[in-house]
Design a protein around this ligand. Structure first.
Ligand code: FAD
Length: 377
């Protein structure tokens, strides 16, 4: 596939950053499980946090393809850093950019691009995972704005976020048509969160429950037109799915790179293990899936950059690349033998981190259903 000069340059700069500054500290950061503020600030200085926004609002003037290249390279180094960055660039800030006032841009959007404020995006509730029609966080109209009551769960950057884009229900009788997003700063009275979850993977991410107890926000904090809340999500749904697919491509590459290195190092029965055909088959499968996955992903990012609707293609790319990454991480743990079981080697982290990709952007059962529906109408 032909690449523009800016795509090649962003790839080169990000690859260097990941090789020199992320991979050497990735295991240590994951073990500590702390948010990597210093790397996040460096990404802000490099212009990554505003990469898909125009320069007039403080962004870097890039596009979805450049954004996805950054996400892919970061995921090759450390999945949780990539996931936090991906969230900051897209779900946490897109509604604020599209529907926020100039004052909100000055106070929250520009500082988010500078890495000074962290954003979060909250759909999921204890009773509403895939089924968003069951969202119960209630937004009630009052004279001078809206009052929000309810709770969210599995909020990435929830405990450390300065502002939150939150899906609420404005009229339970209307179901999906009553859904609306609200912008809620973390210093709004009545806002609170649980302690950070202890999780299997992506351990430098901070996840928590979020509580809204009579949180009062002004009218301009409603993101979008009343009754069109789902459109706010649909505007970026293809981008959310392709971003997750690019996280998967980065992880697949990490698992493959480490597997190739180990195949050349490890000698058994007098031969490098990479000389055995059954081991070669694993590398071949990784390579074929990587090539196919990249073609799918960057076809979709180019469609998005040219304003061509592509939700089905994005769903297929997410499904294929995440399944491929899960398979590659599994195969890598077999190639490493017992050493995959040691916390010293990164393959155990890849194996734990790949689970996260199965849920965000739509579970695979839901994606399979929606893909099949396109053909069975
Ligand atoms: C690390 C991590 C970070 C996250 N970050 C965020 C975040 O920042 N913000 C946020 O809002 N959420 C976040 N989530 C939550 C994530 O979006 C949800 O996990 C996801 O929406 C699925 O919901 P659920 O886990 O409740 O699963 P459920 O929807 O309860 O699904 C359970 C099982 O049932 C299957 N299933 C459900 N419905 C159907 C159907 N119609 N047909 C076939 N099978 C079905 C699913 O595929 C799955 O296998 C995060 C999750 C994780 C693990």
């Amino acid at each position: 596939m032909l690449r523009s000069d800016s795509e090649k340059l962003v790839r080169k700069v990000m690859a260097k950053f990941v090789d020199e500054e992320v991979i050497p500290v990735a295991t240590e950061l994951d073990n500590k499980g702390e948010f990597p503020y210093h790397l996040f600030r460096k990404l802000a200085d490099m212009g990554v946090l505003g990469i898909r926004y125009p320069k007039k609002v403080g962004g870097s003037g890039g596009n979805t393809t450049l954004y996805c290249i950054c996400v892919e390279e970061l995921a090759r180094g450390l999945m949780s850093l990539a996931a936090i960055t991906a969230m900051q660039c897209l779900m946490a800030t897109d509604g604020l950019y599209r529907y926020g006032t100039k004052e909100m841009h000055e106070k929250y959007l520009r500082p988010a691009f500078r890495g000074e404020k962290i954003g979060a995006f909250q759909l999921t509730e204890p009773e509403a995972g895939s089924d968003l029609s069951n969202v119960r966080t209630l937004a009630t109209k009052v004279e001078d704005g809206w009052v929000i009551n309810g709770m969210k769960t599995w909020s990435t950057s929830g405990p450390i976020g300065s502002f939150h884009t939150v899906l609420t229900q404005t009229d339970p009788d209307k179901g999906l048509k009553g859904l609306m997003f609200f912008f809620i700063p973390a210093d709004t009275p009545g806002f609170s969160h649980s302690k950070k979850f202890d999780t299997l993977g992506t351990r430098t991410s901070s996840l928590s429950e979020i509580y809204f107890n009579n949180c009062h926000v002004p009218d301009e904090y409603m993101l979008g037109e009343l009754g069109r809340g789902l459109d706010v999500l649909l505007t970026i749904l293809a981008e959310i799915r392709i971003m997750t697919a690019c996280l998967a491509i980065g992880l697949l590459r990490a698992a493959m790179d480490d597997s190739i290195r180990y195949c050349k190092e490890r000698v058994q029965f007098g031969k490098q293990i990479g000389k055995y055909q059954l081991v070669q088959a694993k590398i071949a499968n990784m390579a074929v899936n990587l090539e196919a996955g990249k073609l799918m992903c960057y076809k979709v990012t180019h469609l998005i950059d040219n304003n061509v609707p592509c939700l089905n293609e994005a769903s297929m790319a997410k499904y294929f690349t995440v399944e491929s990454a899960c398979s590659a991480c599994d195969e890598a743990t077999r190639i490493y033998g017992a050493y995959a079981y040691s916390m010293e080697y990164a393959v155990q982290r890849y194996y734990r981190d790949n689970r996260f990709l199965l849920y965000g952007g739509g579970t695979h059962e839901v994606l399979q259903t929606t893909i099949a529906r396109q053909y069975l109408r």
